[in-house]
Design a protein around this ligand. Sequence first.
Ligand code: DC
Length: 219
Amino acid sequence: MGYVITIDGPAASGKSSVSRELSKKLGIPWVSTGAFYRGLAYVAQQMKTNLDNPIALSELCFSFFFKIAATTEKTQVWFDGQDVTEKIAHEDVGNIASRISHFPEVRQSLLDHQRNCALENSGLIAEGRDCGTVVFPRAEAKIYLTARSEDRASRRAQELGLDKDILERQQKQRDIQDSTRKVAPMQIPQDALVVDTSELNLEEVVQKAYQYAVPKINR
Ligand code: DC
């Protein structure tokens, strides 16, 4: 297994953009663990699986219908052989992902698959909510991104062409759900570098992450 850099944080804090740029700089892939929950949410919707049934949801994690692969550009998701990566970006899929992510059975079923992403490569960037605390607690470098909620909502509103106020309300709800659940809640890993991205542009955040991580992965 190679080295691991984790990037955790709330909805729309810039985790994917920072991971993508850092991954290019370091020449290693990155994985969005959120894509696993979003992918499962999407597949469950298509298969009309009961979203309140953790056993049925867990079984779907291992089904032939659901496939995920991490690359330097994005984490790709397939449903029944069809690339649905664009479809899982929708905010309603994110909301369902948050809802089903509180089931311990679901989290456990996705965990090995997430960890396996680190086995095949010399290094990996993993982003999500519990990457530094649960998925890769021994990661060489841990980063936690945060930003003011109105800034996070504006960013996502621009990306998705949606109303900022509605998004802000939904994101707040999702952040509460993700940080108060019993299993693997979103929290700042003990030894993480915390970066508030509200006043920073992408390049500045990537530079901070790079300067912090490189000495740690070269140790
Ligand atoms: O990062 P994201 O918006 O793509 O994540 C969607 C949801 O998936 C998030 O609201 C909660 C869940 N999630 C999780 O529980 N643990 C992770 N490591 C990543 C995402």
